[in-house]
Design a protein around this ligand. Structure first.
Ligand SMILES: [Zn+2]
Length: 193
């Protein structure tokens, strides 16, 4: 890597973002969501430059399922697993009237969260506080079939007529969802006040 390369994975670029050198996608049978086809993305992190608006399809999903750190890519232990629920994911209205928190990026280590807050402009705002991942509320993984940023060209090339998993999120249970909702409301009222 050239010495003037400003991007260091785990330091200045999160592990789970896509790089411009990772432009080849393919389809495979999903083992995480049996019965579906899913998109996978070639893995050449460090080639080209990072695309911060686009999560890497395969790394992000692997991180979500295995609780790998979004920043450094290493496994998080249950006692050192954090989320930024006000900055990532959002509330989802379920068919039965419940509102639940859905998270679409992997968790982070506390130390990685603090490093990210120093480096990442949208996390260093006043209310970007890491929240402990709920050990007792892992939630469940839900496939997404809609097009995410960076996948527009890919989506046009996919076969039609069958749902294809393009990404996924973790749907948390009522208790953690309530906590996130409360944090959102107090952040809102602090902004307005
Ligand atoms: Zn980490």
């Amino acid at each position: 890597m050239p010495p003037d390369q400003p991007w260091v994975i785990g330091e200045t670029a999160p592990w789970s973002v896509a790089w411009t050198g990772e432009s080849v996608f393919g389809l495979q049978r999903s083992t995480d969501f049996p019965g579906y086809l899913e998109v996978f993305q070639e893995e050449k992190p460090g080639v080209g430059h990072p695309v911060f608006a686009a999560n890497h399809a395969s790394r992000n999903k692997r991180g979500m399922f295995a609780h790998l750190c979004h920043v450094c890519g290493e496994p998080t232990k249950s006692w050192d697993r954090w989320l930024f629920p006000l900055q990532t994911g959002g509330m989802i209205d379920l068919d039965d009237g419940q509102r639940r928190y859905g998270c679409n990026v992997p968790p982070v280590h506390k130390a990685c969260a603090e490093r990210a807050q120093r480096l990442c402009p949208h996390l260093s705002r006043l209310y970007a506080q890491p929240v402990r991942f709920p050990k007792d509320d892992e939630g469940r993984m839900v496939p997404r079939f809609d097009v995410q940023p960076g996948m527009e060209a890919l989506a046009r090339s996919l076969p039609t007529g069958q749902p294809i998993v393009l990404s996924c999120y973790r749907l948390h249970g009522p208790r953690f969802s309530k906590l996130v909702q409360k944090l959102m409301e107090s952040a809102d009222s602090a902004t307005q006040g």
